[in-house]
Design a protein around this ligand. Structure first.
Ligand SMILES: Cc1cc2nc3c(=O)[nH]c(=O)nc-3n(C[C@H](O)[C@H](O)[C@H](O)COP(=O)(O)O)c2cc1C
Length: 192
């Protein structure tokens, strides 16, 4: 192994390959969709997640005003739309139309879901923190649904699971193999 020091900001990229999602938001009949990679689960009870949104995004404005947003999980089949919605602003155009995404009726929030996505989560904003150049929104899950071909209590990845992972710039990757970890030997050792 050949280790080399990297910029502190490059350290953020090391943590980035979680599933990249598309955030949907809506205020006064104005729907929008934005790509987001900086998300994290926060709590089981109540079920909370956090997302970092830069104040310059239209999404920041719409989520701040509506206090709700949707998290839509795409696969590599939608990677062009993912990149498009992460490089164009709803300030300029309707990204649903421009990226070929189909809005579908939500259950608990105003913002539409994205029909092409394999999972959708609807959230209400419960806290918001201004920490540095992004604001941290804490969302409580009000409703969630997932395609059972892809998710059955956990992500199904017998052969491959092509959720979208962002490596940086215009580079993306999908997972192609799942590994099952067994700690049986260790548990047996502990018992002896
Ligand atoms: C893969 C990817 C991930 C991104 N993740 C985030 C993120 O987590 N938070 C954020 O504020 N912007 C993120 N962006 C940038 C926004 O998606 C981008 O600025 C977008 O144009 C904002 O759209 P809006 O102005 O319509 O809200 C990401 C962009 C890409 C390509």
């Amino acid at each position: 192994m050949s280790m080399r020091a990297i910029e502190p900001t490059a350290g953020l990229r090391l943590l980035e390959p979680g599933p990249t999602v598309m955030l949907t938001s809506m205020f006064r009949s104005h729907p929008n969709v934005m790509t987001a990679a900086w998300l994290s689960p926060l709590s089981f009870d109540p079920p909370l997640i956090t997302v970092s949104i830069h104040p310059g995004r239209l999404t920041h404005d719409l989520v701040s005003k509506s206090e709700m947003f949707g998290v839509n999980v795409p696969t590599m089949d939608q990677v062009r739309a993912v990149h498009y919605c992460g490089t164009h602003s709803g300030h300029e155009l309707d990204k649903f139309e421009a990226a070929g995404l189909t809005p579908i009726d939500p259950h608990q929030i105003e913002a539409p879901g994205i029909a092409q996505c394999v999972a959708r989560i609807e959230l209400g904003v419960v806290e918001r923190f201004s920490l540095a150049d992004h604001d941290l929104f804490v969302g409580q899950i009000l409703y969630a649904e997932a395609d059972t071909d892809y998710f059955n209590d956990r992500w199904v990845a017998e052969d491959e699971l092509t959720l979208v992972h962002h490596l940086g710039a215009d580079k993306y990757a999908g997972m192609t193999r799942a590994y099952t970890v067994s700690l049986d030997d260790e548990e047996q050792d502990a018992e002896e």
